[in-house]
Design a protein around this ligand. Structure first.
Ligand code: SF4
Length: 325
């Protein structure tokens, strides 16, 4: 992890208290994110995958301080976000934006889409009048929409066009990092790759870094440079994309990979489908030791007692598993 990275996440935790009784005193915690560390370089895409409820969206929200971390540090451009004054944090947020899954919910249905895209510039007092309209037009063009769309309303657009509008709005303040939370899961399969290709093109032209959160391994593979796999609030494996997809090491990653509906490549890799038994345990009561042991097909006695730490292996992959050499 380099201090020169755009983003450094160090041992980040988000624990939500579980209240009880009239005084709502905490009698336990949901450990949504539990000691996560990684870095992200300028212009890089880190894919974050895992089943729903594994904490990946909470992690994205914590990075943007939409939820308060319980512990750990978030360094953005070398600044610890927790130590910033409210005004400095607002400034830092200019450079960190988020795209959500549902583009319709991200746009005000009563506002013209031009007003929605220009709103961040207006609210922060950066542009108004003709200058604002010109900037909105250039943002529309950047995401492949013509200026004739500016005065229309969200319901007049398709899902793919709406996601383009949300991306245009996210670009308004010239960010260097965009957290993309399931950016194409609500879209028709036919337009998914168009939006992913747009994200790639914008990254190349603007030097953007993405944290791409998705449950879909094919989406993550499409645009990520590196991939981190999360299970019950922790990263269990992290590697560059090609290494991870060619040679997954952690038993959980292997099970996820084996479920990709791609019979040709699965046959080529001679990979058997691995079906995990049981449900994901509750993050309010994760198993002791390795938190995957209750579903792991190769768990040993030590796995129930000692939590493995994320360690660098000879092929450059970081893995948290006692049995991976
Ligand atoms: Fe499975 Fe044990 Fe490795 Fe955890 S540490 S993934 S339980 S083998």
């Amino acid at each position: 992890m380099s201090n020169k990275s755009l983003l450094n996440i160090d041992n980040l935790a988000v624990h939500f208290p579980i209240g009880d009784g009239l005084m709502r005193r905490a009698n336990g915690y949901v450990k949504a994110v539990d000691g996560v560390s990684f870095s992200l370089e300028k212009g890089e895409t880190l894919g974050l995958v895992g089943e729903s409820g594994c904490g990946k969206s909470t992690l994205g929200n914590a990075i943007l301080r939409l939820v308060e971390p319980s512990a750990g540090h978030i360094l953005f451009k070398g600044q610890d976000l927790a130590a910033l004054s409210p005004q400095a944090l607002r400034q830092a947020r200019f450079h960190m934006q988020m795209i959500f899954q549902d583009p319709y919910a991200s746009l005000n249905p009563r506002m013209s889409v031009g007003a929605s895209v220009g709103e961040p510039l207006l609210v922060h007092g950066l542009l108004k009048g003709e200058a604002l309209r010109d900037r909105v037009i250039s943002l529309f063009e950047r995401v492949g929409l013509g200026r004739e769309h500016i005065d229309r309303y969200p319901h007049q657009f398709s899902g793919g066009q709406r996601q383009r509008l949300v991306i245009a709005r996210a670009l308004a303040l010239n960010p260097s990092l965009i957290v993309c939370d399931e950016p194409v899961s609500a879209l028709d399969v036919s337009v998914r790759s168009q939006i992913l290709n747009l994200l790639v093109e914008l990254q190349r032209s603007m030097g953007l870094a993405y944290l791409l959160i998705s449950h879909d391994l094919s989406v993550v593979r499409h645009i990520s440079d590196r991939v981190a796999v999360m299970y019950l609030g922790r990263i269990v494996e992290m590697a560059d994309r090609d290494t991870l997809y060619r040679q997954p090491l952690h038993p959980y990653t292997r099970a996820l990979m084996s479920a990709i509906p791609d019979p040709v490549s699965r046959a080529r890799r001679n990979r058997q489908r691995i079906v995990l038994s049981g449900e994901v345990p509750s993050p309010s009561n994760p198993p002791a030791g390795c938190n995957f042991h209750s579903r792991c097909p190769i768990a040993k006695d030590q796995c129930t007692k000692i939590a493995p730490i994320l360690e660098l292996k000879s092929n450059g992959t970081q893995v948290a598993c006692h049995l991976v050499e």
